[in-house]
Design a protein around this ligand. Structure first.
Ligand code: AVJ
Length: 310
């Protein structure tokens, strides 16, 4: 990622009335490693739920998709370790696939390709590194039917209308009859959600603080990490889990010659992880131009893989 943009975004976010930093900057090498740790946490139920649905219901999901031949395009594919379960099932069912994993990180796409090779040998894979808003346009002229995958509840990181805009963007890329499969974390017992973003071991805290460390590392900042703590809340009124960093002192921080003041207990908003109900997802499908949808949920009803058809 471009350091200049990072700096501009940091300066803008820390100059705002309510300070904020974008969660997309969590994922440098260290942040990505900490996120791997989060995915192993007892409290962070999301990956387990998604895997359960993929293992138990991939066949049923694929039976909704009537094409023998299709492009499977995955946005933010990561290492692909979960997607192989789905791809494997599709191949068993006799579908001829081309897998197009997209990710901002070229390194992770190499790991992805390794996984796919080990499990699925001769499956055609066309990895595309870069920002998917850009790379997806390169696929416009391909003739085959499409299934776009957007897993891991990454949709939750879009604030309000931004999620609708994003799904509309996917809809515009699709042709009538094409499909979109999205992993969504559902509204549930607020205690369960709150705990997922406030783990006992403090891994989520480290994940958030790494953002300040990254500013120190890459932009020459002088954040004192002990002078900040992490605060995670879930608000059942709007279904938003929010993360903040809280300044524990009245203090000044310097980044590349610029000074930023923090009042005692002033917060930096770092992340939104939006939760949805199935009813809200139905409404979203209609609003974004899809003609049909169906939800595949885990046994606890915590999580949905929601399939939308254009
Ligand atoms: C990768 C965006 C789905 O919001 O649950 C995990 C990131 N943040 N713990 C989420 C995250 C704190 C995660 N997503």
């Amino acid at each position: 990622m471009d350091n200049n943009n990072f700096k501009l975004d940091v300066f803008q976010g820390l100059s705002a009335e309510q300070k904020y930093l974008s969660s997309k900057y969590f994922y440098d090498d260290k942040g990505s490693r900490i996120f791997q740790e989060i995915m192993q946490l007892e409290e962070y139920y999301l990956p387990e739920c998604e895997t359960e649905i993929l293992v138990q219901q991939s066949g049923e999901i694929l039976r909704q998709i009537p094409f023998d031949e299709l492009d499977v395009i995955e946005l933010g594919a990561g290492d692909g370790s979960k997607t192989v379960v789905f791809l494997e099932k599709a191949i068993q069912m006799g579908k001829r696939l081309t897998y197009v994993p997209m990710d901002i990180s070229g390194d992770i796409l190499e790991v992805n390709q390794q996984h796919v090779k080990e499990r699925l040998g001769d499956l055609p894979v066309v990895p595309m590194a870069g920002d998917y808003f850009v790379t997806i346009k390169e696929l416009k002229n391909r003739e085959k039917p499409r299934l776009v995958l957007f897993m891991g509840s990454n949709i939750g990181n879009f604030q309000g209308e931004k999620s609708i805009e994003f799904i509309r963007f996917i809809n515009e890329f699709l042709k009538p009859g094409d499909f979109f499969l999205m992993g969504v974390d559902l509204k549930k017992n607020p205690h369960v959600i709150r705990a997922a973003y406030n783990d006992e071991g403090g891994v989520t805290k480290r994940f958030n603080l790494n953002l300040l460390e990254r500013i120190n590392r890459e932009l020459g900042g002088d954040f004192e990490l002990e002078a900040f703590e992490h605060y995670g809340v879930y608000n059942p009124l709007d279904g938003a889990a929010l993360s903040f960093l809280v300044s524990l002192e009245d203090q000044d921080v310097h980044i590349d010659g610029q000074q930023f003041h923090f009042e005692k207990y002033e917060t930096i908003h770092t992340e939104i992880s939006q939760k949805y109900s199935l009813k809200e997802l139905d409404q979203m499908a209609v609003k974004t131009g899809f003609s049909w949808d169906r939800h595949f949920t885990d046994s606890k009803g915590y999580y949905s893989l929601s399939l939308f058809r254009k």
